[in-house]
Design a protein. Sequence first.
Length: 563
Amino acid sequence: MKTTRLVVFLFAMIAAATGFAAVPGSLDPTFGTGGMVFRDIQGTGFIGGLAVQPDGKAVLVGLWQNGPTRDFIVIRLNSRGDFDQTFGSGGIVYTDFKGTYDDAYGVALQADGKILVAGTSINSTTGFGDAAIARYLPDGSLDTSFDGDGKFVLNSFPGTVGDSFQTLAIQPDGKIIAGGRVQPDFLLVRLNLDGSLDSSFGNGGVVRTNNGGFVDEVRDLLVLPDGKIIAVGGSGRCAAGRFNANGSLDASFGAAGFFIANPGYYTQCYGAKVQTDGKLVFAGTAAPSAQPPQYSSVVIRTSAVGIPDSTFGGGGYVPVNMNPTGADFFNAVSIQSDGKILAAGYSGESSTYDFGVARLNSDGTLDATFARNGIALNNISGDDTVSASALLGDKLLVVGCDSLGAGVMKAARYNLAVEPSSSADFDGDGMPDYAVFRPSTGFWYILRSSDNGVTISQFGVSGDVPVDGDFDGDGRTDLAIFRPSSGEWWINHSASGSVFAAQFGQSTDKPAVGDYDRDGRSDIAVWRPSTGEWSVLRSSDGFTSFFAVPFGANGDIPIQAAP
């Protein structure tokens, strides 16, 4: 094991055990073991796609071979990373199409909870691959209302090699868009809810597009609010085409309907997202030199009409070297609600790859508040590659497997926001400081763990009760008091030095600070002994609304307010 991997692993374990404040880019200790899940499912295979249900359960898809056949595999994890025992057999479903080789790459979730999985199935007669889709009920059983047996196979192109679906998207009307390849072209197909081809799209439900003689395939799909479709992929270059709702190419996008990236010798895009302002973000790999190719990750942003965005990096292109001595690959991208961009992939050298996540600011610079200077590298188990990622509120779930197909499913979940420390961490170094509040004078005395220096501050008066919380979300405990005589809260924000005051509570209440709304900042909260009721003033909306929860009885001691 590399020394750097050991340090990262030990830090994650120590943080989980001691309750240090979680910082953006750290592994989430509430998921799996120390934020990681890996499981040997026996045989060989890989994980290709990921979707997250509204209840937080994650659906992973890929292929698995354990014997003469190779099948679709669908795995469902619960929100803590355990295999969901209510799904299939022990959380796993295998699906065979024709007794030969079947590979799954993409997954999408319908509004009714049904699961769509896309890939390829080898035709036993021709030996060639056909694009294929399976649909499952929420319990993992095949949905026989979909094309008669739960399985759709496209046989429109006899004699072509390696036809496949790589990705799926659901339109607002429920129709299904599948993207992939029929060599050497982009392939788009639209299906009705019952699995039949939608004749109003393209040529009998099928669109085949070549944009310049290269071998192309669709690897990600975006359905825009106006019904237009962005298909992203390419081979040897990053290409994105925009199609009208009827499947015709939209010539107003890019150059005659396509944006073609060319930041270097070789460019490949795997993931795409649309920002709230309509700009498009792509993540992939670029090799700026031909011999030998030195692969680096790249994030690309264009305008809504497919023109490189000059406000992002160098003319719309941002190369990211997660490991200066190895190769980098981005396979997925997400956009946070604040506009920051998360690109997920893997980095390293052959057979020693690690999970890698980078967070970029809206101008393309690395976000220095995330992990180590904007980049998180984590060894999950041996050789790790990433295939997909998904946002879950203030978490990012990343999934993958071994690069050599050794049959090990892997996942990691990352914190995206600062989680308040409850350990009197006034200097933000991840360790509690020795600190006292002197009621007679209102002075605070803090022995900083970072440098053994002493901070002396006056904040509060006699009769005030000091409280321990990070109310501004900067990873440091703020000077804060609750004044029982008036029910007032006074908070001196460590991030800005500004003072905030709020009236919340009464003289008999006990302050009970915590991050109850999970926004990365402490909430103002009290527990009322006379009624056993908790009242919380939310930090997520600027302390303008509250909620109450009855729990406890008179005489109890709330843990958050324990002396």
